[in-house]
Design a protein around this ligand. Structure first.
Ligand code: MN
Length: 425
């Protein structure tokens, strides 16, 4: 399928700074707030466009969308539920409106004045109300590292791992947008296995570098989404920091898995980048051996070459790059994850979120968590101010970045960042 909006020759009449994550070929979707209203928006460079105003001016009237109310809602759930064909039509229309060669919006001074705003004059909010949230565990490097540290280096992967995308149901109420500060969680830990557990602030707070997909479709309970159709039910991707308290996790997770160690705050980037925008960056995934069952068999390029970075910024210091990874390393891809999620008849809704699991690469500088980067506390990381980290300190800012690039342009997610505040004692 040809996406005209991906044409590398397109230029916008809206200024796009060099190396911006948001050239005209991106056209992400988000929610912004200004003048007391929260509205759907897109972004070109450092300018946001209010889609409700563009709808007022009739720019979406001829796209075959009967009900334009999704362009006026304070969350994107209705807009994402329009589905793939309409999403593509909206994105293509926005691309036209912002193209240098098109006068439709450019020449309409009233519309430009009302619809376009500098990014720094609006507040960027959580894009969807996340109904259900699943977290997978789909990086073979991450699962192997954790298995080596906590179980048996010779049998790091559990027997099920190469047969199905392991996951668990997480908590959606504490998913927050980039820029939200998170308090260090308190809870039970057992630092000494010969003594009773203790209560207090987590001493092993970690990040998990992930990408999450957001579903656009609704499926009925009792039905399954075939792997070949799965991507049609996915609106787009966001960066995702699945903050994890390793000491709480270690004590609580037996036998039902993570609970309070992972639900005190999880951070997403605010702009949903569509699968269409990421189309030029598809790559083959790793060879899956043994061969997967038929319901998980996905042909073609199902992975995405998205470079990922994590920085830690201590208070009053400049950020230090601690991890460089890539989404292309994922063993299980998003189509397989959604097919597996629904194979038993579990239903999905627009705005559900599915985390990839920590995205670790093959080299020690590409590991996607402090647990792995500092290898269970044995290899401290040096910060720009000379201090060291094996886990996250109070007042540290954790910044995640993600972008795909080729010779023509770069499609990015902006930042997913949070500051860790001290526990309230
Ligand atoms: Mn996770």
């Amino acid at each position: 399928m040809v996406h005209k909006a991906n044409d590398p020759l397109l230029q916008s009449w809206v200024h796009v700074p060099e190396n911006s994550d948001f050239p005209i070929q991106n056209i992400p979707f988000g929610i912004v707030s200004y003048n007391g209203n929260s509205v759907p928006a897109t972004r070109v460079g450092d300018t946001v466009a209010d889609l409700s105003v563009l709808a007022d001016f009739g720019y979406f009237d001829d796209l075959g969308i009967d009900d334009l109310s999704p362009f006026y809602e304070p969350l994107l759930n209705s807009l994402v539920s329009l589905g793939k064909q309409q999403r593509m039509a909206i994105r293509e229309r926005l691309s036209e409106l912002f193209s240098s060669h098109c006068d439709l919006l450019q020449a309409n001074k009233d519309a430009v004045k009302l619809a376009l705003h500098p990014l720094n004059k609006v507040e960027v909010l959580l894009p969807v109300s996340v109904g259900d949230y699943t977290d997978f565990y789909s990086s073979i490097e991450h699962a192997t590292n954790v298995g080596m540290m906590f179980r048996d280096p010779a049998n790091a992967l559990l027997p099920n791992w190469r047969h199905l995308p392991v996951g668990y149901h997480g908590r959606s109420s504490s998913i927050v947008v980039s820029g939200t500060e998170i308090k260090r969680p308190k809870g039970q830990t057992r630092p000494d296995d010969t003594l009773p557990p203790v209560f207090g602030p987590s001493r092993q707070l970690d990040f998990e570098l992930e990408i999450a997909f957001i579903t656009s479709g609704r499926s009925a309970i009792g039905t399954s989404i075939p792997v070949e159709e799965a991507e049609d039910h996915i609106f787009g991707l966001v960066l995702f920091n699945d903050l994890s308290a390793r000491d709480i996790q270690k004590w609580e997770y037996v036998p039902l898995g993570p609970f309070l160690s992972k639900n005190f705050g999880s951070v997403i980037s605010p702009w949903i980048v569509t699968l269409e925008a990421l189309e030029p960056f598809r790559v083959e995934g790793p060879l899956q051996e043994p061969a997967v069952m038929p319901y998980l068999k996905a042909e073609g390029k199902r992975n995405f070459d998205i470079e990922l970075e994590v920085y830690i910024q201590p208070l009053n210091a400049v950020p230090s790059l601690v991890c460089q990874s890539n989404f292309k390393y994922m063993y299980w891809n998003i189509a397989q994850q959604l097919a597996h999620q629904t194979v038993n008849g579990c239903n999905i809704n627009p705005g559900d979120m599915y985390g990839s699991g920590t995205i670790s690469g093959p080299t020690p500088d590409s590991y996607g968590s402090m647990l792995e980067l500092a290898w269970k506390g044995t290899k401290p990381l040096k910060m720009s101010d000379g201090s060291e980290r094996v886990f996250i300190h109070d007042h540290d800012r954790i910044i995640m970045k993600g972008f795909a690039r080729n010779a023509n342009y770069r499609i990015g997610f902006g930042e997913c960042e949070t500051v860790i505040l001290p526990s309230i004692t």
